[in-house]
Design a protein around this ligand. Structure first.
Ligand code: C2E
Ligand code: CA
Ligand code: CA
Ligand code: CA
Length: 278
């Protein structure tokens, strides 16, 4: 039995080393990913609950690695964050999303906005404000066509700097959205201070919404809170028409989820297929 134990420990150790090596390899390759054009953005549409019209899209990063294949953000964003690479990658995302939104805007979609997710580390750099301002200028994109999504915990991380950066971003005229709302630890006092225009109810409250549990009451309370603070309410992860109907009835402004549209490359987005002529 002792021998077996030792063998399984050795096996465990080898597996650990292999994993650490893979993580290190991934991190190294991620460094090249921007230059190798391996990063791309998918776009998931958001719709107005009341009339079903499209209000905007959320940019979601993908890594199509020549070496490792298709890698989801859950796997490489933690590496990008721990290595600090997220700042470079994040700047690439902002530029690419604005460039694409300008293309759609010129095709007539001037009422649509693009949402970009921000990491905690990006909000620690006051230079983010200059990056966003310069990128909007470069693409001649209206600030009203850009939404920046931050999670509560993202904004809580060194709250003082984050708050300053968010206030300066807000002053540029871009919208600030609080993502994954209800999962973080922010106090209501802090929430009140955030210059947020939009609140996204976390998917965790939506998944079992129609099953008659506490989720409906929680969602109702979040909507009331958000509206009291003057925010637009978005529900993410809408997968069934029951959820769609209930959320609309509860007063959600915007809906997003697989039921209404999955993330796709820009070329397959509903916006690319409905060029307006105006
Ligand atoms: P998130 O911002 O909360 O984005 C929503 C995630 O849920 C996306 O996963 C999306 O594909 C997925 N989703 C959308 N609708 C549904 C639905 O109806 N059902 C289910 N089960 N899932 C749905 P994805 O694209 O894998 O992104 C995961 C997370 O990675 C994002 O969560 C966001 O936190 C982060 N992320 C993605 N792109 C970026 C980026 O460019 N920068 C940063 N900093 N983070 C990003
Ligand atoms: Ca998001
Ligand atoms: Ca979210
Ligand atoms: Ca999330």
């Amino acid at each position: 039995a002792k021998q077996q134990c030792r063998n399984s420990y050795r096996f465990f150790e080898q597996a650990m080393n292999a994993d650490v090596q893979l993580q290190m390899q991934l991190q190294q390759d991620l460094r090249q990913a921007i230059d190798n054009n391996e990063l791309m953005l998918y776009y998931q549409p958001k719709f107005k609950a009341t009339d079903g019209s499209m209000s905007g899209l959320e940019a979601l990063i993908r890594w199509q690695s020549a070496k490792h294949g298709f890698i989801t953000p859950d796997r490489f964003l933690p590496l990008a964050e721990s290595s600090g690479l997220i700042v470079l990658i994040g700047n690439w995302v902002i530029n690419e999303a604005c460039r694409q939104m300008k293309v759609w805007s010129l095709q007539g979609h001037r009422d649509c906005s693009v949402a970009v997710n921000l990491s905690a580390l990006q909000l620690q750099h006051t230079s983010l404000v200059d990056v966003v301002a310069a990128t909007l200028k470069k693409h001649e994109l209206s600030p009203s066509q850009l939404v920046l999504e931050v999670t509560e915990s993202t904004a809580m991380h060194d709250a003082e700097t984050s708050l300053k950066v968010l206030n300066n971003l807000s002053a540029l005229g871009v919208a600030i959205s609080i993502d994954d709302f209800g999962t973080g630890y922010s106090s209501l006092l802090y929430l009140k201070q955030l210059p947020a225009n939009e609140l996204k109810i976390d998917r965790g409250f939506i998944t079992e919404l129609e099953q008659g549990n506490d989720d409906e009451a929680i969602v109702q309370a979040i909507i009331a809170l958000g509206k009291t603070l003057g925010m637009r309410i978005v529900a993410e992860g809408v997968e069934t028409s029951e959820q769609q109907m209930l959320l609309t009835r509860l007063g959600c402004d915007i809906l997003q989820g697989y039921l209404l549209g999955k993330p796709t490359p820009a070329s397959a987005s509903p916006l690319s297929n409905t060029a307006l002529t105006s």
